[in-house]
Design a protein around this ligand. Structure first.
Ligand SMILES: C[S@@+](CC[C@H](N)C(=O)[O-])C[C@H]1O[C@@H](n2cnc3c(N)ncnc32)[C@H](O)[C@@H]1O
Length: 347
């Protein structure tokens, strides 16, 4: 999930008057029979308390597609559409000279980093992304691989590692399908953050830009005024989402009620349009609250330098036909978080 800033320009009016994004289905390649591990249980890992005990559990035997590696051109267009917002959030916090962009996608942010004068390398798991990143012709090194493989793939330590809209995909799709054990959920996240830390020099920085869970995520929220298309999308979303916590939503007529977390995830997914649900409904976008991520990375050896939650106006505009409330007041979830960490010295 990503994009905004120019997202409004990519919206079209539906007959109902609702703005919907002009995205098309993404090709999701299901795993070739790879067994999916259940997401870890809450009480197996104390860090779950940081996510307010909201880990997802799949029913035993449930399978998830492996990470998508066949990405269509418009997927890249969409990732690039919020470059202004990404660059505004990320660039001021970079420290050089060596920067690595992990899960770099089409490379818009990567190019902006390189253009700002940093010696910039990129990593992505998708071959299509590697083609685009290489074609930029301005990067120091481009590697294909999985985020937890950073120390194996790059010799030199970095001054800053950027993970923009990556960690929720690591959580949702897991670590490399070619390396046993395949980890998912918070296990995959912990391994990835730990490996990134290994590849940072001195007080090197880890910059995370990703979804942010609403404060007080278990409190109820309500969405009123759903259209027929929204109701259809809701049922499709419920069928596809592998995350029980995100399916904790109840529809009565045209009114939807659930936790603030589940409502926020559904609303943000809805803005992408039902056509994208084969991919987007598989993903859990919000892994921690603003403070929760800080604490989580703190436990993994990082000190927080800066954090912020932002609500991108394009999402607000796209959902303006709906009335969203929590605690009987108008409410709208933050759409992105930024966390800037420095590696804590172990000595
Ligand atoms: C939503 S895009 C974000 C792209 C870019 N960072 C941005 O902010 O626009 C996520 C990218 O991460 C890549 N990706 C997903 N899981 C990955 C993993 N475990 N290791 C490396 N890349 C991964 C995908 O191929 C995709 O290009």
């Amino acid at each position: 999930m990503s994009a905004l800033r120019s997202m409004r320009t990519s919206y079209q009016k539906r007959p109902s008057g609702r703005l919907v994004s002009q995205t098309i289905p993404l090709r999701v390649r299901p795993a070739g029979g790879e067994p999916a591990r259940d997401a870890p249980e809450p009480d197996e890992d104390p860090s779950f308390s940081l996510a307010l005990s909201l880990p997802d559990r799949r029913p035993r035997g449930a399978r998830l597609p492996m990470p998508t590696v066949a990405l269509e051109p418009r997927y890249f267009d969409r990732m690039g559409s919020s470059l202004g917002d990404k660059a505004r959030m990320v660039l001021p916090h970079l420290r050089g000279p060596l920067v690595l962009d992990v899960g770099a996608g089409g490379g818009e942010l990567t190019a902006a980093i390189a253009g700002a004068g940093f010696r910039t390398s990129a990593l992505d798991a998708a071959p299509d992304a590697i083609t685009r990143l290489t074609a930029l012709g301005m990067l120091h090194e481009v590697r294909r691989g999985y985020a937890e493989q950073v120390p194996q793939l790059f010799d030199e330590p970095f001054d800053t590692i950027v993970v923009s809209a990556l960690l929720h995909e690591v959580y949702s799709y897991g670590t490399s399908p070619n390396t046993e054990p395949i980890l998912r959920g918070y296990d995959a996240l912990a391994l990835t953050v730990t490996r990134c830390r290994e590849s940072l020099r001195g007080r090197g920085r880890l910059i995370i830009r990703d979804g942010v869970m609403p404060e007080r995520p278990t409190e109820p929220a309500t969405v009123d005024g759903l259209s027929d298309e929204d109701v259809e999308a809701f049922h499709d979303y419920l069928r596809r989402s592998p995350h029980p916590l995100l399916r904790a939503l109840h529809l009565r007529g045209r009114s939807l009620t659930g936790t603030r977390h589940a409502v926020a995830e559904f609303l943000l997914t809805l803005t992408w349009g039902i056509e994208t649900f084969p991919r987007e409904a598989l993903e859990r976008y919000q892994l921690f609250t603003l403070g929760g991520y800080s604490q989580y990375a703190g436990d993994l050896g990082f000190d927080l330098v800066h954090s912020e939650a932002v609500t991108q106006q394009g999402y607000v505009d796209a959902l303006s036909c709906l009335r969203v409330t929590s605690g009987d007041r108008p409410w709208f979830p933050a759409t992105n978080g930024l966390w800037v960490f420095e590696k804590r010295s172990t000595s």
